[in-house]
Write a protein that binds this ligand. Structure first.
Ligand code: NAG
Ligand code: NAG
Ligand code: NAG
Ligand code: NAG
Ligand code: ZN
Length: 663
């Protein structure tokens, strides 16, 4: 460090983020797979009688119709408008464009619920579901009471399963026309909403009996969790898309109904024409052609090798896509989540393997719907996806079989031995003072989510033999990533700043709303659509004539940049600094609002930030641009700031650390 005056300052005032602290985001998905007995089946006639039952012609874009429950209209106006005008149209539009389906030729009719879920299919009229003696007065789909005009006629038989007949008549125009799926949307603050910051949950409630495709479902949006802040909309949209997909097919309750390309069910039914029900999970049992249990008997953890049982989706398109993604031709399939509660386990992708894939069990950062998820939808046998709607998944891309098939400990150890980067995993403990870094995409300030727990982690999730700064060996049992679903493997993650449990701002560079307040913008950051993350070289310092502040939290920040003539031009406090080569250190010394801000920013390569430019980065040499001329100096009285001047301490009204520090 070559600050002339660095050693002469008497005291450091270490500011620890004022009263802000940080948590990593994580909405756990709360999709509870519907119980087998709660699902209705309805027979919808197809007009083209010559079509063989198994002949499928998937050629039309999926048509989803929305029906609001009255509770949705009780949402505050701004929340309803965000849902009705932005979130739902965009989420539905995405799946309607991404998925094609054999179109239904008749309106969607909902079967009536029977008392005690006792339904029968009488031999004389086996296509239709009948109740014993009477139908329930109300039929619900999730929390929503299905309107009378969507319901089938009530069909009943007597207790001896005889004298089956219709009660009343179904009106001619009953049902939901021109739709392949009807979505009932409610907004009720249910008990499930209270749990783990749930934003929404959804599931299907009815299947069509010939194809067994889900044709009706419900989604409940949790009123108190809906945020209308611009920086939260992307997450809300992704959550709603995620929940819709559970209702359309991505659910453990539907695995047994998946079909091959020819429309033949992958899981045969029992003699009674029904699927066996898995007692533990209350869902129909699926065959090994859909999801297979696989044993990993050499799972390396701190204590040595253990055995880990995993479940994998092994349908053909999914297998092809995951092998391609990881560049691993012997990968058996796509691993499913093996942790979490009913609503998470086996009904999401494994977080360790697919981190920011949107169909993992918890939202952490920049969710994407990848080709792998679209392939899964194709392998249901009900949909044909448009793969150009898929978003690129960077996590794990081309990292090979070791990444996809071994523990993160084994992967990290091997990469370290080979002298390679251990990204996307990391090993910097998240603790005060916080040292941030940039995520690999450089679109957010990020933190390694490695933390210390109060208790030992289960041995299967102990991934470290040593951690820098952790001297006591026995404590290593307590260190792991903050995302348990990722098998406690630590990785680089975006975060939010919180104050008294209220989210103040996020860490993504693209949102102006994430800017720090002016008096705390020590590193002269600027957030907005043209900003990206740059690393700092050291702690930042702020000086006024009689005061000095050293910012304890540092590491990286968001800055506005442009690609000009094959070089990165950084804009800081209205001046432009030029990056001539990768890893160049640009010293910033600027006077803003009476404080002299001092720090160093490290340049990325032009190729990294300017993919559409012809880059002209120099080979590392001495600085050629005139960045040096862009330094301000503090003028105190008639003198420039003197290196040996005594610095007077300010009393800060906020929480601070006080260090006496001599060198
Ligand atoms: C499939 O549907 C499309 C459009 O509806 C139609 O043009 C085509 O002839 C159908 N193919 C078969 C085999 O039925
Ligand atoms: C919801 O949005 C649709 C389509 O944008 C619009 O036609 C409808 O009036 C809106 N509903 C309400 C209650 O504002
Ligand atoms: C698939 O999606 C892309 C991008 O939205 C679109 O341009 C293309 O026409 C779609 N293809 C089909 C077959 O619908
Ligand atoms: C895929 O792996 C093979 C060796 O297993 C390697 O030669 C090849 O370069 C890899 N491809 C990519 C795109 O990383
Ligand atoms: Zn989910």
């Amino acid at each position: 460090m070559n600050h002339d005056f660095y050693y002469l300052i008497l005291f450091y005032i270490l500011l620890i983020n004022f009263n802000l602290f940080i948590v990593t985001v994580g909405h756990i998905c709360n999709h509870i797979p519907p119980k087998q007995k709660e699902i209705g089946f309805v027979h919808l006639e197809s007009k083209s009688h010559n079509r063989k039952q198994r002949d499928i012609n998937i050629s039309n874009n999926l048509r989803i119709k929305v029906h609001y429950d009255s509770s949705a209209f009780e949402l505050p106006r701004d929340k309803f408008n965000v849902i009705n005008n932005t979130i739902l149209p965009q989420a539905l539009d995405y799946w309607q464009k991404a998925l094609q389906v054999t179109p239904l030729e008749t309106p969607i009719i909902i079967s009536r619920k029977c008392p005690n879920h006792e339904v029968l299919f009488p031999p004389k009229n086996p296509k239709h579901q009948h109740c014993i003696e009477k139908c329930e007065p109300k039929t619900t789909c999730g929390e929503v009471v299905v309107p009378e005009e969507h319901l089938d006629v009530c069909r009943v038989c007597n207790k001896e399963f005889a004298n089956c007949h219709d009660v009343g008549k179904r009106p001619k125009d009953a049902g939901v026309k021109d739709a392949d799926f009807v979505f009932y949307i409610s907004a009720i603050q249910t008990e499930r909403c209270q749990k783990g910051a749930t934003v929404a949950y959804a599931a299907h409630c009815q299947q069509e009996s010939q194809t067994e495709r889900p044709i009706a479902g419900h989604a409940n949006l949790c009123p108190r969790s809906i945020s209308t802040k611009p920086q939260d909309l992307a997450t809300l949209l992704s959550t709603v898309k995620h929940e819709i997909l559970h209702a359309l097919g991505f659910s453990i309750s539907l695995y047994a109904y998946f079909r091959d390309k020819k429309g033949i069910p992958l899981t045969p039914k029992g003699k009674n024409g029904r699927h066996e029900v898995n007692k533990e999970l209350s869902v129909p049992e699926w065959s090994e052609k859909v999801v297979r249990k696989i044993k990993r008997d050499k799972w390396l953890v701190r204590s040595g090798y253990m055995t880990k049982d995993i479940h994998m989706v092994v349908t053909p398109r999914v297998v092809e896509e995951v092998r391609n993604h990881f560049n691993c031709s012997k990968l058996e399939g796509a691993e499913l989540e093996d942790q979490g509660e009913d609503g998470t386990i086996l009904t999401h992708w494994e977080k360790r393997v697919f981190e920011n894939e949107a169909m993992t069990g918890t939202h952490t950062q920049s969710p994407v719907y990848s080709r792998i998820t679209l392939a899964f939808m194709e392998d249901t046998g009900w949909y044909k996806p448009n793969y150009s709607m898929a978003q690129p998944l960077e996590w794990g891309k081309n990292l090979g079989c070791d990444f996809a098939m071994k523990s993160c400990k084994e992967w990290i150890d091997k990469r370290r031995r080979d002298g390679k980067s251990i990204h996307p995993f990391c090993e910097k403990v998240k603790e005060e003072p916080l040292e941030t870094e940039c995520n690999d995409a450089r679109d957010a300030v990020a933190l390694c989510n490695l933390r210390r727990y109060d208790v030992n982690l289960p041995p299967l999730y102990q991934n470290f033999d040593s951690i820098k700064g952790v001297g006591q060996k026995f404590l290593l049992d307590r260190y792991g990533g903050s995302v348990s679903l990722a098998d406690y493997c630590p990785y680089i993650q975006e975060f939010t700043w919180k104050s008294k449990d209220v989210v103040v701002r996020g860490s993504q560079c693209q949102f102006v709303e994430n800017s720090p307040p002016q008096d705390k913008n020590f590193a002269l950051e600027s957030y907005g659509p043209n900003s990206r993350c740059f690393n700092h070289k050291e702690k930042w310092e702020e000086r006024a004539c009689s005061q000095s502040r050293h910012w304890q939290h540092w590491g990286s920040g968001c800055y506005k940049y442009e690609c000009v003539d094959g070089k990165i031009h950084l804009e800081i406090a209205n001046l432009t600094y030029v990056c001539d080569y990768k890893d160049q250190e640009i010293k910033i010394q600027r006077l803003v609002n009476g404080w002299l801000h001092m720090g160093t920013i490290i340049c990325p390569s032009c190729d990294e930030l300017c993919p559409n430019s012809i880059c002209r980065d120099l080979i590392k040499t001495k600085t050629v641009s005139d960045n040096e001329n862009k330094k301000d100096y503090l003028q105190c009285g008639s003198h420039y700031y003197q290196a040996n001047q005594t610095v007077i301490l300010v009393h800060l009204i906020f929480f601070y650390y006080f260090y006496s520090y001599w060198r």
